[in-house]
Design a protein around this ligand. Structure first.
Ligand code: NAD
Ligand code: TYD
Length: 341
C-alpha cells in the first residue's frame, strides 16, 4: 500500500513514520509536510534513503500538488498544534486544520481510499468528573480545539454524505522524543537544563492525561489497518496528572540524571498568569480500543518520562538549535509580559 502520511516531519508524525517503517516494511510511505516552524527533517534522520520512504515538501491545502501524488491511503497528522499559538493568531489553525483536512478528504474521495484523521481529546472540551467517551459532546474551547473539532465534523459529514472510508482517532496529550520544546514536558526539561524559569499557568492544578508517543503510534497503526469506516476511537494513557506534579517529577529525574541535588531545579518553578480559557481537565476512556483491538498503553509514566528525559539529555543539539531561532521570538511574545527571568 502507498500511504500518504501528512505532517510526518513533526513530533508524532516522525515517530509514526519510524514506527511504520520498522513494523510494516511492506508499505510505501510518502511524507507530505510543508515544514512550518514545527516541522523538522532532523526528526527523520537515518531513514531518508530507505527505498520505501519519500519526502515531499508541500502544503495539505494545495489542490494541484495532491493531484500529482499517487497513494491509496491517507493518515493526516498535519496541523497547527499548539493551543497558546492559536490564542495569539488563529488564522493558520483554521487554514491548515480545517481547509487542509477538507482538501485531503476531497482527494481521498476522488481516489476512493481510506483516510484516518488524527484528532485530539481537546475537541470534547473540559470535563469536571468522569471520562470522555466517543459519544461525549463536542464542545471545544480554544481556537486550536475548535479547528480540530471542525475537521472532525467534516470527516463525519464526508462519511455520511459520500459513504467514505474515514476514521478518527482522538488522543490525549503525548510526550516523548522529537516533541517541539514549546509543549509542557520538553519545555520543562530544556528549561531545567538551561537553568531558566519554568512557567506554570494558574495554580498548576489543571489535569491532563499523558500518553507516551509510541503507544499513540501503535494505536493509529491498528486503527488504520483494522478500524471500521465512520468510527471514532479514543486513545489515552489512563494516566491523569496535575501539571505541577508532572513538573516536579520531571525536575527530580533531571536532577538525578545530571547529578544535581534532588530539589536542585525546583526553585525554577514560576507561577504565571493563566492561559485564557484554560481547560481544567482532560480525561479519556480508551476502553473501545482495548475491546476492539486489544490495544492498551504499554509504557508506564515513569518509564516514559525517564526515556524522554534521557532523549533530551542525549540530543541537546536538536533542541538547542530549535530554541535559538524563531522560537525565541515566539517565547518573548508568549511569556515576556508574564515572566521576568
Ligand atoms: P507538530 O506541531 O509537532 O507537527 C505538525 C506537523 O505538521 C509539522 O511537521 C508541520 O510542518 C506540519 N504541517 C503544518 N501545517 C501543514 C500544512 N499546511 N501542510 C503540510 N504540513 C503541515 O504536531 P504533533 O504534536 O506531532 O501533532 C500531530 C497531530 O496529532 C496533529 O493533528 C495534532 O492535532 C494531533 N494530536 C497531537 C497531540 C499532542 O499531544 N501533541 C495529542 C492528540 C492529537
Ligand atoms: P501543552 O503542552 O501546551 O498541551 P495542551 O494545552 O494542549 O494540553 O500544555 C499542557 C498543560 O500544561 C496545559 O494545562 C497548560 C500547561 N502549561 C503550563 O503550565 N506552562 C507552560 O509553559 C505550557 C506550555 C503549558
Amino acid at each position: 500500500m502507498r500511504i500518504l502520511v501528512t505532517g510526518g516531519a513533526g513530533f508524532i508524525g516522525a515517530n509514526f513514520i519510524r514506527h511504520m517503517l520498522a513494523s510494516h516494511p511492506e508499505h510505501q510511505l510518502i511524507n507530505l509536510d510543508n515544514l512550518t516552524y514545527a516541522g523538522n527533517l532532523e526528526n527523520l534522520k537515518g531513514i531518508e534513503d530507505l527505498p520505501n520512504y519519500t519526502f515531499v515538501k508541500g502544503d495539505i491545502c494545495d489542490r494541484q500538488l495532491l493531484h500529482g501524488l499517487d497513494f491509496d491511503g491517507i493518515i493526516n497528522f498535519a496541523a497547527e498544534s499548539h493551543v497558546d499559538r492559536s490564542i495569539l493568531d488563529s488564522y493558520p489553525f483554521l487554514q491548515t486544520n480545517i481547509f487542509g483536512t477538507q482538501n485531503l478528504l476531497e482527494h481521498a474521495k476522488k481516489r476512493g481510499c481510506r483516510m484516518l484523521q488524527v484528532s485530539t481529546d481537546e475537541v470534547y472540551g473540559s470535563i469536571e468528573k468522569g471520562l470522555f467517551t466517543e459519544e461525549s459532546p463536542i464542545t471545544p474551547n480554544s481556537p486550536y480545539a475548535a479547528s480540530k473539532a471542525s475537521a472532525d465534523l467534516l470527516v463525519g459529514a464526508y462519511h455520511e454524505t459520500f459513504g467514505m472510508d474515514v476514521l478518527i482517532t482522538r488522543c490525549s496529550n503525548n510526550y516523548g522524543p522529537y516533541q517541539f520544546p514549546e509543549k509542557l514536558i520538553p519545555l520543562v526539561i530544556s528549561h531545567a537544563l538551561e537553568g531558566r524559569a519554568i512557567p506554570v499557568y494558574g495554580d498548576g492544578t489543571n489535569v491532563r492525561d499523558w500518553l507516551y508517543v509510541l503507544d499513540h503510534c501503535r494505536a493509529i497503526d491498528v486503527v488504520f489497518h483494522r478500524g471500521k469506516a465512520g468510527e471514532v476511537y479514543n486513545v489515552g494513557g489512563i494516566n491523569e496528572q496535575r501539571n505541577i506534579d508532572i513538573i516536579r517529577k520531571i525536575l527530580t529525574r533531571v536532577a538525578a540524571r545530571t547529578g544535581a541535588a534532588a530539589d536542585g531545579f525546583q526553585g525554577l518553578i514560576a507561577y504565571v498568569k493563566d492561559r485564557p480559557g484554560h481547560d481544567r481537565r482532560y480525561a479519556i476512556d480508551p476502553s473501545k480500543m482495548e475491546r476492539e483491538f486489544g490495544w492498551r498503553p504499554m509504557t508506564g509514566f515513569e518509564e516514559g518520562i525517564n526515556l524522554t528525559v534521557d532523549w533530551y539529555l542525549e540530543n541537546r543539539e536538536w533542541w538547542k538549535h530549535i530554541i535559538s531561532g524563531e522560537y525565541m521570538q515566539y517565547y518573548q511574545t508568549q511569556y515576556g509580559g508574564r515572566l521576568t527571568e
